[in-house]
Design a binder for this molecule. Structure first.
Ligand code: SAH
Ligand code: SF4
Length: 367
């Protein structure tokens, strides 16, 4: 299959154009069509000479994510289900900035993107891993999630696709959709370079958070990369005993190794790490987890994000009652840890990536 144009860096495209004897300004024209105008065909690039368009068409694929299903409304969290060229489904979730929280207009958004079809890590509570791992996403399939959401949303509000980076809809990325991002390391890093580049997505590296279930060697590798991405660790248990009950990866990389890798990241980057902790009733919400969690957070200079569990169809796990959530938070705060608890109602689709796909695939299978 031909390489997709949206998996190329500017340098790679420029090398090709040089080989074809094309002037450099043509490279920038192509990149503008792709990342500012977000067009979906070579023929739409009307300021390119026709023979060049034909040459590009022969040499490169230009695939786009096809909208398959959408949930939510324009002012709240919206979940997009995309169909890929091979018929697989993935999800992206668009979360409006909370004006009360950040004091800015809510036309800036965070997009949660997927990196794999399914997931091989099989965390017991997660919908993404329920049916196993299918494949890695290609660079262009990661990149196009941002472009496709912006395309879709501009159509909806009847607005022209914005061209200047500061006018763009998505200005924050969280790599917390389906899949384990660090298990698709090379494609993820290349996609993030493209989404970060001024000629590409124009999203600042500090506005990009990568979430991992704890792939120790890749965390160290990421620490050695030049770009300053933020790192979030899906902890969900503060002792090996509790963590490995719900996250099989903890047997391969127990907390001691994970903590050491996080310390390395912290030292190399000088950036604060976030520890994500889903509260699951009677599994990891006991006060016995509070002290070890505080110790870990202190050692890593990390803040803790407590997330009440989102129920997944077909799984037995439940969200703890609110008073249990509040007590857990208070316990951490008493120990001097910076922690937040997600309290908003009606945001049940936020962190539950993988569920729309699961439901759609099950419906298709039974149709
Ligand atoms: N594989 C990566 C990134 C994707 S999961 C990782 O595990 O970090 C993104 C986050 O959503 C993780 O913290 C994950 O544990 C959490 N999550 C998964 N299922 C959830 C659910 N049903 N309710 C709340 N959070 C969930
Ligand atoms: Fe995979 Fe992350 Fe879900 Fe675990 S929580 S199964 S690593 S997507």
């Amino acid at each position: 299959m031909a390489t997709d144009a949206k998996s190329l860096t500017r340098d790679e495209l420029a090398a090709q154009f040089q080989q074809w004897g094309q002037p450099t300004y043509r490279v920038d024209q192509v990149l503008q069509w792709l990342y500012e105008r977000r067009v979906t065909s070579w023929d739409a690039m009307t300021n390119l000479p026709k023979p060049l368009r034909e040459q590009l068409k022969q040499a490169y694929a230009l695939n786009t994510l096809q909208p398959a299903r959408k949930q939510g409304s324009r002012d709240t969290t919206q979940k997009f289900l995309w169909r890929l060229v091979d018929g697989s489904f993935i999800e992206s979730v668009l979360i409006p900035a909370n004006p009360a929280l950040y004091g800015e207009a809510s036309d800036r958004h965070t997009l949660c993107v997927s990196t794999q079809v399914g997931c091989a890590y099989g965390c017991r509570f997660c919908a993404s891993g329920l049916e196993g791992w299918k494949r890695n996403l290609g660079v262009e399939e990661i990149v196009d999630q941002v472009l496709a959401v912006e395309r879709d949303t501009s159509d909806e509000v009847g607005r022209a696709v914005p061209s200047a980076p500061q006018d763009r809809l998505v200005n924050n990325l969280v790599i917390m959709g389906m899949g384990e991002p660090l298990a698709n390391y090379d494609n993820l890093l290349k996609a993030l370079k493209i989404l970060n580049a001024p000629w590409g997505g124009g999203i600042g590296a500090r506005k990009i958070t990568i979430s991992t279930s704890g792939l120790v060697p890749q965390i160290r590798k990421l620490a050695d990369e030049p770009l300053q991405f933020r790192l979030a660790i899906s902890l969900h248990g503060a002792t090996d005993e509790v963590r490995q009950k719900i996250m099989p990866i903890n047997r391969k990389y127990p907390l001691r190794d994970l903590t050491a890798a996080c310390e390395y990241y912290q030292e190399k980057k000088g950036r604060m790490i976030t520890l994500e902790y889903i509260l699951i009733s009677s599994v990891n919400d006991g006060q016995d987890q509070v002290a070890p969690l505080a110790t870990l957070a202190r050692r890593l200079h990390a803040k803790v994000n407590l997330i009440p569990y989102n129920k997944v169809e077909g799984l037995p796990w439940e969200r703890p009652p609110e008073d249990v959530q509040e007590q857990f938070l208070a316990g951490l705060e008493e120990l001097g840890i910076t922690a937040t608890l997600r309290r908003e109602k009606g945001h049940d689709i936020d962190a539950a990536c993988g569920q729309l796909r699961l439901r759609t695939e099950r419906e298709l299978a039974s149709a």
